[in-house]
Design a protein. Structure first.
Length: 209
């Protein structure tokens, strides 16, 4: 796997436009993988959010299964202050512990009522944390500690049949520590991400020992 770290100038007009629309940011990152099927790339990314009083570059992390062709990301597409690409290998063992960071889009598909058949966001902190606990059980790990921060709504826009469509996602930042209970399932979660809306910057599970 490859992890690419971009530092972006928040004062740049192109940067501001991209980070305000994750649909276009996703399309821009994919331009580093010309003529490659998305299932081969397995792009996951996260835009780190500095505190409002911090004047520092924006950090954009992108994880892929193959190495990006950075010349495809011209300054006109993604004007970066710095770019760093590193290859990494993960071989998790049973019982291994990691610190983690994840921006998730906690949702549930309603089976009945007004929103039957539709996916709606979890709004309470308890529901949001239970969502990740369920994902952990399915993806081969156990949450040892957990902190969650509701980041509010993330808005994106795209053209659909020449009409502007607004897409809304609920963003929650999860941080804490975990323990691996099934190495194969866990590795699959790292490669494939957790939850939905991955094309909008959700699901990247970042780890450190």
């Amino acid at each position: 796997m490859y992890l690419t770290r971009f530092l972006l100038d928040p004062r740049d007009r192109v940067v501001r436009k991209l980070v305000s629309n994750r649909y276009e940011l996703h399309r821009t990152l994919l331009s580093a993988f010309p003529d490659t099927p998305r299932e081969v790339i397995r792009l996951l990314y996260r835009l780190e959010r500095p505190a409002q009083d911090e004047l520092r570059p924006l950090e954009l992390l992108a994880q892929t299964l193959i190495k990006p062709q950075l010349p495809g990301l011209t300054p006109a597409r993604l004007p970066s202050i710095a770019v760093d690409v590193k290859e990494f290998h993960l071989n998790p063992g049973l019982g291994e512990s990691y610190y983690f960071r994840l921006e998730g889009n906690p949702t549930v598909r309603r089976k009945e009522g007004k929103y039957a058949g539709k996916r709606v966001e979890h709004r309470s902190m308890e529901e949001q944390c239970l969502w990740l606990e369920r994902k952990a059980a399915r993806h081969g790990f156990h949450l040892v500690s957990l902190e969650s921060t509701d980041l509010g709504k993330v808005l994106s826009t795209k053209l659909n049949a020449s009409k502007k469509q607004t897409i809304t996602h609920q963003a929650v930042l999860y941080q804490g520590s975990l323990e691996v209970t099934d190495p194969d399932l866990f590795l699959g979660a790292v490669k494939g991400g957790i939850g939905g809306a991955k094309g909008f910057g959700f699901g990247l599970l970042s780890l450190s020992k």
